[in-house]
Structures are given as C-alpha cells and as structure tokens.
Design a protein around this ligand. Structure first.
Ligand SMILES: [Zn+2]
Length: 160
C-alpha cells in the first residue's frame, strides 16, 4: 500500500484591484451576469464569464425552471455558449461569482461537481489549463486548472 498526497495551489487576492486588468474585467462581467440571472426559486444568482483565446468574453448566469431539474448553472451556460459560438477556440479563464438575498457571497463561490466536470472536459478538449477565478467579498481565489477543483476526474480518454 502506498499513500499519495495531492496538493492544490490557490492564489488568494484580497480585492479585485489586485488581479491583472483583463481578469478584473472578466470578473466584473461575471458580477453583471449574476445580476441578470433567472433565479426566481432559489434567489441564488450566479454569474460566470469566460475568456477565450481569441480575446472574446462570453458571460452566462444560472437559468432556473419550475421543474427544477431543467435549470442550468451559470458556468455551463457560459461554457456551452462559448463553445457553440466559437467552437474551435480554447478557454483561457473563467470567473465565477454568486449572490444570495444578502448580496455577493463572503467566501469564494464554488462551482458544483457537474460544472467542474465540464471544465475538465474543456481543458482536455483544447489541451490547455483554464485559469479559474472564484469571487468572494472576503477574498478572491484563483486556481491554475480544473484539476485543482476536481482531482482524479473522469476524463474522455477513459472511453478509448
Ligand atoms: Zn454547476
């Protein structure tokens, strides 16, 4: 028996102004998207903004439905829209933010497992890591790849 330890490196920033300019812009787009989420049931608004390799920024937000299972998370709305619009273009970064009835979350917003899996597939598809920016009022966390969010992920290569 062997024990393997996995390390996750997280960059932490106290304020949005500490991020590089382009990532500040990306996070601002995510915050605006969160304001426009369709979340009449949970009142939990999530915004995501995707920076593509061609410089385009695509935003998404959560879309709920009275049949709860038909809704979709902000991250996947943004990523799927990005891939539908620019199918051959890699994703460089994604910024994610969320707010509840009290305002934007204090701690960095965390994507659900399904969105993490889609980020892993996006990296696999383009063979490039995605910079992941998680917004919180008490601090912003930045990860340099989806493996940090979903270690030991299921990957398409398993189907070969
Ligand atoms: Zn999700």
């Amino acid at each position: 028996m062997r024990i393997k330890e996995l390390k996750i490196l997280i960059q932490e920033y106290d304020r949005i102004e500490e991020l590089p300019d382009l990532e500040q812009k990306l996070l601002e787009k995510a915050r605006t998207a969160a304001e426009n989420a369709y979340a009449p049931y949970s009142h939990f608004n999530v915004g995501a903004a995707v920076l593509l390799e061609n410089g385009e920024i695509v935003a998404g937000n959560n879309q709920e439905n009275a049949d709860f299972t038909d809704g979709l998370c902000a991250e996947r709305v943004a990523l799927f829209y990005a891939h539908a619009t620019y199918p051959g273009t890699a994703v460089k970064a994604i910024a994610i933010t969320a707010k509840n009835k009290n305002g934007f979350l204090e701690e960095p917003a965390q994507p659900c497992g399904s969105c993490r899996q889609v980020m892993v597939e996006t990296e696999f598809r383009f063979k490039k890591p995605i910079r992941i920016i998680l917004d919180g009022k008490n601090g912003i966390q930045v990860l340099n790849g989806a493996d940090s969010l979903l270690p030991l992920a299921f990957k398409p290569v398993a189907l070969d």
